[in-house]
Design a protein around this ligand. Structure first.
Ligand SMILES: [Cu+2]
Length: 289
């Protein structure tokens, strides 16, 4: 009987525990090192700005970036602490060849970290809401230049009101891209005679711009990374959005709604130019209409 017991113990040692008295440190160490490596790589990706957004070109976009950074720091600190803590616990409470002890946890600790998490999330939410409200609910400056943006599968069409400052009437039954009237401009409305229609958007630097977004078919989107603005264009609605670019340059406009098979090539260009260049752009376009 005694021999049988000894053989059983030896078999258990051979198959389950390499060293039942001291446990096994290698798997715990390996997992802890993997977690530390995960933390190091993640921190490097963000700290080295490997996938950074292009520089913002409005003060509102800078505000969005500040809020994003704040959220990233809070979430990043929680991530680093949680993963390193997990790695430490995995190694600290590794298999030591002893029977494990069960713990029911600590109610005080549970309340403490739930309260901390609640405060961090509420704080970020309130701060973020303030930035969002500044962008979305701030009134459009009176001096804003108005440009109408009409989106359709899979093109952007921009319309400027021309020297009279008034957009001409549109009639959906007159829409005919084949005959050169992609927006359905009513030829009997004199306000529309001087309207300027272009395939890309040109605006002057340091002047507020108000866009009026429309769609002729499905839901599209207007997104410029440098503006940190993204707005859907919905059929049957005219959705305003405004911004004041502070840097001359050319920026890509993309549609971020999956609007059909040609969605992937639906894009246009935003050119931010000097006041003089804007004046000559308007003159040139007016002559070309
Ligand atoms: Cu689209």
């Amino acid at each position: 009987m005694g021999t049988l017991l000894r053989i059983e113990r030896q078999a258990a040692r051979a198959t389950r525990f390499p060293s039942p008295d001291r446990g096994s440190a290698a798997p715990a160490l390996l997992l802890a090192l993997c977690l530390a490596l995960l933390v190091a790589v993640t921190v490097y990706v963000f700290a080295a700005h490997l996938f950074a957004a292009p520089p913002p070109i409005t003060s509102a976009a800078k505000q969005v970036d500040r809020q994003y950074d704040l959220t990233l720091y809070a979430a990043g600190a929680a991530f680093v602490l949680a993963q390193l803590g997990l790695g430490y616990m995995v190694f600290r409470y590794r298999d030591r060849g002893r029977r494990v002890r069960f713990t029911r946890g600590s109610t005080i600790l549970e309340i403490a970290w739930t309260t901390i998490t609640l405060c961090v999330f509420l704080g970020l939410g309130i701060a973020g809401n303030r930035v969002w409200a500044d962008l979305e609910t701030a009134p459009t400056p009176a001096a804003a230049i108005q440009v109408e943006v009409t989106e359709s599968q899979f093109v952007y069409t921009f319309r400027y009101p021309g020297p009279d400052g008034k957009f001409g009437r549109l009639d959906a039954s007159l829409v005919s891209p084949a005959t050169g009237n992609p927006l359905g401009l009513d030829p009997n409305d004199t306000a529309g005679k001087d309207d300027i229609i272009t395939g890309s958007l040109t605006v002057p630097v340091n002047r507020p711009v108000e866009l009026l977004l429309r769609s002729q078919d499905v839901i599209h989107n207007f997104f410029v990374r440098e503006l940190r603005l993204q707005q859907d264009a919905v059929p049957g609605m005219v959705i305003p959005m405004h911004f004041t670019p502070d840097r001359i340059g050319r920026y890509e406009i993309v549609c971020t709604q999956l609007c059909g098979l040609g969605h992937y090539h639906m894009h246009s260009l935003l050119s931010v130019v000097s006041a003089d260049d804007y004046a000559s752009f308007l003159k040139q376009q007016a002559a070309a209409q």
